[in-house]
Design a protein around this ligand. Structure first.
Ligand code: G6P
Length: 611
């Protein structure tokens, strides 16, 4: 959480920082601030969104060719002007921006208080900047050295950038557990939490590793780790187009990303599935395919929407590969003492590749000797670098806070993994394998068709936009889809929604059903079709309003349901890729009609880098 951006070079830094912060706003939008150096160090900060900071600064656009910017997701201290970053040090010489949590900040703060330091904010970040200043004073060392010494004593997670009035040509950055990318231009450098603020200027980047300190001074980048060992910067060329991070004519990123799914799923499949050749290849996993083939158990760890994708994977992997699967919330897994055996494989799923709980679960599983694979979207992020191997979903940047195309990308990759393992294990026939390859290649055009329900869903949304509760029900492969539909609605429209396995309804949620209660059934024509029809009747008997997602041409359910939305037929195992589309659209339209901020829902952040 929190977005960081910094610049040093020959251009005016302020517009670069503001534009960068807007691109990073998905990481938090409680407050925003910038610090610029122009002879003197000036800090401007304001509660609220980046646009509020801009309004606050108004015409007095600050000048300077070196500066830092921050957009905050509050952890220590409420969102207000004082707690906003950047934070000055006591002398006013340093300004620091920070993403993460300094867990031992209170001990450090007490020590500094005894030395006479005073603090304006309630943040751990203000403690850190003063700690660095104090160490520099005591050790009489250079600023980069003081940063290194201070960070050796810090417990917790951080990505920081620091500027100093006394060293106006120097930017210092460091990370542990929170991402930082350094963009290398000609005579200029950029630093950011992800590549989106950088890509417009350069595609040459260096990903800083944990426990590394980067110093940019006099047009030179040098990196040292906390043990003072010099590291050679590894420059990578990014394959990211500017248009991929812009709205492209859509009102919201979320809508753009929903409509991008025919392409993003095709991108996930590209170069991997080829039904004509009967081949399925996940390059990043080749080395571990035998390990997967002989796995005695597969454990998925994930959070949020990625956890729902993991649940779909449980159905897919067990059905196709006959390997037992467990699905774990990363936050629970990391705090118990899970049993991991030699032949288990752990698969971490994450859009951002930065989720703190998922990263911690990976470290725990690693410490127990497990093989860890990753299914991530953001290339070069922390999880792909922490795992032994993995497969990217290649969905392109997902900026809307509510995850949409990442979910379908994850399921696509997980389905490919399950099929490939099953094929090697001989748990599926050659002809079924081939049939599924064809089915997968047809998914993008079927998603295209599912998207044509948009107008109908907009009308249904207008009818239910004021509902106070929603229930989402599904069975089998559609059970995780029901969970995901409910999560989407909660996240962006603030309507209470619950997802349930349809048959479990009678063990509790049925008590909630009356004529006020919309119930969304994900009721495609699959192996549990008859059973779910009984569940629909149970709801209708209690006067609930039924919105049903059905397979095109369905005659039965349309007679029972109040509203039916048709999606194309496909193999039951891939149906979540289609049945989730109307649910994404439903939550989107309801949220828009309720006047909610769809791309930046309250209290949420896209990348949760704190536990
Ligand atoms: C946050 C986001 C969700 C996301 C979850 C897991 O809560 O708002 O959309 O599903 O984190 O994130 P990850 O990046 O690990 O998939």
């Amino acid at each position: 959480m929190c977005g960081i951006v910094a610049y040093t070079g020959y251009r005016d830094a302020y517009p670069i920082l503001i534009k960068g912060l807007k691109r990073l706003e998905y990481r938090g939008y409680d407050s925003a601030g910038v610090a610029l150096l122009n002879g003197k160090l000036h800090v401007y900060k304001k509660k609220g969104k980046v646009s509020e900071l801009e309004d606050f600064i108004g015409e007095k656009t600050p000048s300077g060719t070196i500066g830092v910017g921050h957009t905050r997701w509050a952890t220590h201290g409420e969102p207000n002007d004082t707690n906003a970053h950047p934070h000055y040090s006591a002398s006013g010489n340093l300004a620091l921006i920070h993403n993460g949590i300094i867990e031992n900040y209170n001990v450090i703060k007490q020590d500094l208080l005894q030395k006479g330091y005073t603090f304006k904010s309630e943040t751990d970040s203000e403690v850190l900047v003063n700690f660095i200043e104090d160490i520099q004073k005591q050790a009489k060392c250079s600023l980069p050295e003081a940063v290194r010494l201070a960070l050796q004593k810090v417990v917790g997670a951080y990505a920081i950038v620091l500027i100093s009035e006394k060293n106006p040509r120097q930017l210092i950055a460091a990370r542990k557990g929170s991402p930082l990318v350094i963009g290398i231009g000609k005579g200029e450098y950029f630093i950011a939490s992800d590549a989106t603020p950088i890509i417009e200027y350069t595609n040459e980047v260096v990903y800083l590793d944990d426990l590394e300190v980067a110093i940019i001074e006099d047009d030179k980048l040098s990196i040292k780790n906390l043990d003072a060992i010099v590291k050679q910067p590894y420059i990578q060329t990014l394959d990211l187009e500017l248009e991929a991070i812009e709205k492209g004519g859509y009102e919201h990123f979320m809508l753009k990303e929903i409509f991008e799914q025919p392409k993003s799923v095709a991108d996930s499949l590209r170069g991997r599935v080829n039904s004509k050749q009967g081949s399925l290849l996940l390059g990043g996993l080749t080395e571990y395919m035998n390990r997967l083939k002989t796995a005695e158990r597969i454990i998925f760890v994930a959070c949020g929407t990625s956890w729902h994708a993991a649940l779909v994977a449980e159905y897919l992997f067990e059905e196709l590969t006959r390997i037992p699967v467990e699905v774990e919330y990363a936050s629970e897994f990391r705090y118990r003492n899970p049993i991991i055996k030699e032949n288990d494989v752990v698969i971490a799923i994450s859009q951002s590749g930065e989720t703190a709980d998922t990263l911690a679960a990976i470290e725990l599983a690693k410490s127990k000797g497990a093989i860890i694979l990753g299914v991530c979207n953001v290339v070069g992020s922390s999880i792909p670098r922490a795992t032994h191997a993995g497969a990217y979903i290649h969905a392109g940047p997902e900026i809307g806070v509510a995850s949409t195309k990442a979910f379908t990308g994850q399921i696509t990759v997980l389905a490919m993994m399950a099929l490939s393992i099953a094929h090697r294990r001989g748990t599926i026939t050659e002809s079924f394998f081939h049939e599924m390859l064809v089915e997968m290649e047809n998914i993008p055009s079927k998603i295209e068709k599912a998207l044509t329900t948009n107008g109908q869903i907009q009308e249904i949304s207008a009818i239910f936009k004021n509902a106070r509760n929603f229930l989402y029900l599904g069975r089998g492969f559609n059970f995780p889809v029901a969970l995901e539909g409910a999560l989407k609605l909660k996240e962006i429209s603030y309507i209470h929604a619950e997802g349930y396995p349809a048959a479990e309804m009678k063990h509790g949620p049925i008590a909630l059903i009356d004529e006020e209660m919309p119930v969304v059934f994900v009721a495609t024509n699959d192996s549990s079709y008859e059973k779910i029809i009984s569940n629909i009747q149970e709801v209708k008997a209690r006067k609930g309003k039924v919105i049903a997602i059905v397979t095109e041409g369905d005659k039965l359910i349309s007679k029972m349901a109040d509203y039916t939305i048709e999606i194309p037929a496909c193999n039951e195992m891939l149906v979540p890729l289609l049945s989730v589309i109307p649910l994404q659209l439903l939550s989107y339209h309801i949220a828009v009609l309720r006047g909610c901020n769809v791309d930046q829902p309250r209290n949420l952040a896209k990348s949760v880098t704190v536990e």
